[in-house]
Design a protein around this ligand. Sequence first.
Ligand SMILES: [Cu+2]
Length: 488
Amino acid sequence: MNAVGALAGGSLLAHTVGCKQPAASQPKEAALESGPADYTLTIAVKPVELAPNRILSTATYNGQFPGPLLRFQEGRPVTIDIHNQTDTPEQLHWHGQFVSTDVDGAAEEGTPFIPARGSRRIRFVPRPAGYNFYHSHVHAGPNLSSGQYTGLVGPVYIEPKNNRGDYDREVFLVLKEFEPTLSRGGDMDMNFLSPVATVKDLKDSGESAMQASIAKGMPHGFEVGYGSFTINGRMLGSGEPIRVKPGERVLFHVLNGSATEIRSLALPGHNFTVVALDGNPIPKPVTVPGLWLGTAERISALVEMNHPGIWTMGDMANDDREHGMGIVIEYAGEKGKPRWIAPKPFPWNYALFGNSGAAVPQPDQVFDMTFAKQNAAEGGFNRWTINGVAFSHDQMQPMFRVSQGKRYRVRMRNASDDIHPIHLHRHSFELTRVAGQPTSGVMKDVVMVGGYQEMEIDFVADNPGLTLFHCHQQLHMDFGFMALFEYV
Ligand SMILES: [Cu+2]
């Protein structure tokens, strides 16, 4: 396979990326108006082959899923042409990067749309280093052919200026489902987060709201389920295996590109040594038996290939893995069918990756946020609120005010039983308290807040402009779970 980098098992990349390396000596401001772009991304509906005879039609970047792996150099400006060949305006969000509101790709912050049948050229300085991604950031609402339900997701790797790390090769993995459908599904049992402590008043208010809604005869709000599951756009067994040699040290860059789902990943007989979360190096590497990723989270983890065989690396949820969420790891010289062995359940605690009990600077101000669900309140969909307010796309009123240079703490309280992968645009935040447990040193841009739990994160207001804060679960963000910070 003639692929750029090592997007294992995926479709061909090299000839569709349309990139050229910008010369280091290129004048910094010359390229915006004229001349070729460094990269071109074309949004168009195309057929995508998930498995033999399993071909579906969805919006893609450059006719492929995932979109091309874009490798940027930290601090070196890039010019990108984005063409939209669909009939609906698009937003392309540079998730995890410290860019300006003009290019971030969020209409709520004021980024111009890429017009239907139109184009936009943008330029920005990629940073910070690490594994990020780009994706559609439009309001899909009930339309499961829009937003991140489509194939509009692609990986970005921003090379650090120095310190390449100790590994033999890199493999990029994009986890994503297709064929979404609505259901009145019940709650998914998701007991992997640790600590497990819930907060009584959050639980009481969430449960009484739910009971009141059911007593009024309301059904459960809609949930989204999927018909097919893929890693790098191929269902388990349909793509190229990842071919390894004993003793190799492989650095996996894993992205949960799902619109709505939490994913896990395990490789029988192997451990993962996590080195970065959401692209940011953690204080020290930590070895775990498997990975958990909320929507939009990324993990970079080293695996030492020291257990020869043919293995399925896949989601720990049997049903999802059997419907495609996996990829085969094939050691040189080994033969046979891929084997799957479930790992023992293990707790996933973000504080494991941080400095225990270490002090963090006092914030200049604390924002309290309570998240709540109004069951089936909006045309059968759950409506979501922050401090009692559902975000309105008609008004786009900022809810919180910050001043440049100050440090803020967001104390999040989840009065619902769902796990929410909470995302802050254009900034990173530091985890300071996870379900009551103090921590420091873990920098992220998405974090899962457990059902009826609390989480505290700190960020420094260092990138002026409207800043979007939202749950990254598309069904939640589209039905109210958003807020804007404004710099004053
Ligand atoms: Cu959510």
